[in-house]
Design a protein around this ligand. Sequence first.
Ligand SMILES: *Cc1c(COP(=O)(O)O)cnc(C)c1O
Length: 293
Amino acid sequence: MGDAFRRAAAQINGVEPDNIMCCNGGDDLLTIAMRAFCDEQRPVAFAEPTYSLYGVLARIQNCPVVDLAYDHDFGLPPDMGRTGAALTIVCNPNAPSGSFVDAKELLDLANELRGTGILLVDEAYADFAKGNCIELVARCENVVILKSMSKGYSLAGLRFGYAIAPKEIIDGLVKVKDSYNVDALAQAAATAAIKDQEYLRENVAKVQSERQRMTDELTTLGFQVRPSQTNFVLAKCREPSARDLYDKLVERDIYVRYFNLPRLTDKLRITVGTKDQNDKLIEALKDILAKPE
Ligand SMILES: *Cc1c(COP(=O)(O)O)cnc(C)c1O
């Protein structure tokens, strides 16, 4: 199913159409993988903080979670390959940290997991990053890559994503997915979109350049900003608190993300917008910081 898209995606990613499965958004692949690989006896492992859906899907599937923590610099936990989990998920680049792990490290992790578990690399944000892990699919029989059209292609409403994996894994995942998980209109639009690599490059270049500008401006305003490989930045706030800043921005109709979670309560996740939106955010922050109560 989705042959035209699979051919186009295979060519762009340097794999075969047999290595591609179409999904109703990348989230659909997470559900399919969790149902295929995990149950009460087969745990999932991931390092936190990360994409909150992993934990939600695990709870729905009644599958135990091996809860690991990223190190202070958002490097992978050293014991990640030895948890015994059936499925290990690495969001790369990671949300909401914006951090990035090299393919070499993930290759080592995949090799460590060989024979015991699957490594799923969630590359929803990889279009904005300096690299990706697609080469691992040819080298490791236990790797699944998640791709999404929602971020780099700005097509979140289309609901289209796909898996890249060895043929044997794709064949298994296809048995678990809904028979008709992507509709014909979405397939046509996604195929046209992925063939337009020129648009993707321009879109990504704009985001990367604004990401750098936001990082610089926020740093000048006193925020600590992690170098980001995504389309958002994670900014650590001093005074006022992240929660206060979040509220004050909402009052001005500016929406960023605040997470009441370990390691994140002093930070805001700010999506890189258009130049105009970014200017408005920076101006609003200057204004708020200039008049403390
Ligand atoms: C956006 C996102 C996805 C997939 O999103 P879809 O819109 O379902 O394609 C998967 N993982 C992460 C971390 C994301 O941010």
